[in-house]
Design a protein around this ligand. Structure first.
Ligand SMILES: N[C@@H](CCC(=O)N[C@@H](CS)C(=O)NCC(=O)O)C(=O)O
Length: 211
């Protein structure tokens, strides 16, 4: 398998953490991508092979061993999960939809963080404060919701927990995002332990090379 990657992308980190937890990391060849800083609002020069594999030209994009390009982190995680032996990050039965329901909140939170990142890359005098506030409000509602469901973070490891952990990590990394901890004590306590997992420690976010 080949993964178009950068260490700054939380969607890509989700895939990498899942691959590490599933014991599949050694089977993935990394294709590092570079992103000029105007990627948030302009078409940029893409890393060789990315747009050819996936016309959406976003990361993560995984090329499977069968040569199929999958350009979405949720689908990539499902593909990896299917290929893992003796371990699953997707529970069965009723638990499955409970897990996907929490996952969707955490994934929407990641999306709001990345929409803000793209807007923050614009010059200050043309940024939309209204747009940034809208995403901030969404992020706050999502953290409130996750706090209410913090007991769901305590079960066997699943994709929802990984996505929540990555959302917390991104929130800490970008200084223009608020500390998620005030008012979310159970989540804060859970994240303090979760961030210590080797898969999380080995994938801490770093800036993407601009090319
Ligand atoms: N829903 C997609 C979102 C992927 C995404 O937004 N990736 C960002 C990086 S975190 C990206 O490649 N952005 C480049 C662009 O939008 O041009 C997924 O889950 O994979």
């Amino acid at each position: 398998m080949k993964l178009f990657w950068t260490p700054a992308s939380p969607f890509t980190r989700k895939v990498v953490v899942a691959a590490r937890e599933l014991g599949l990391w050694d089977e993935i060849e990394i294709a590092p991508t570079v992103w000029p800083l105007d990627w948030g609002y302009a078409t940029v020069a893409f890393t060789e092979g990315l747009a050819e594999a996936n016309p959406i030209a976003r990361i993560p994009t995984l090329i499977t061993d069968d040569g199929v390009a999958i350009g979405d982190s949720t689908l990539i995680c499902q593909h990896l999960n299917e290929n893992a032996k003796g371990i699953s990050l997707i529970p069965n039965g009723h638990e499955k939809w409970r897990m996907w329901s929490l996952y969707a909140i955490a994934d929407g939170l990641l999306e709001a963080q990345i929409l803000m990142r793209a807007e923050m890359l614009r010059l200050e005098d043309i940024r939309s404060e209204g747009f940034l506030d809208k995403q901030r409000d969404r992020i706050a509602r999502c953290f409130d919701h996750i706090e209410e469901r913090a007991n769901e973070l305590e079960g066997p490891l699943d994709l929802a927990q990984i996505t929540v952990g990555i959302a917390c990590g991104y929130q800490d990394w970008r200084d223009w995002l608020d500390d998620f901890r005030p008012g979310h004590e159970r989540l804060a306590q859970w994240y303090a332990a979760f961030a210590g997992r080797p898969a999380m420690r080995n994938t801490e976010p770093k800036e993407t090379p601009a090319g």
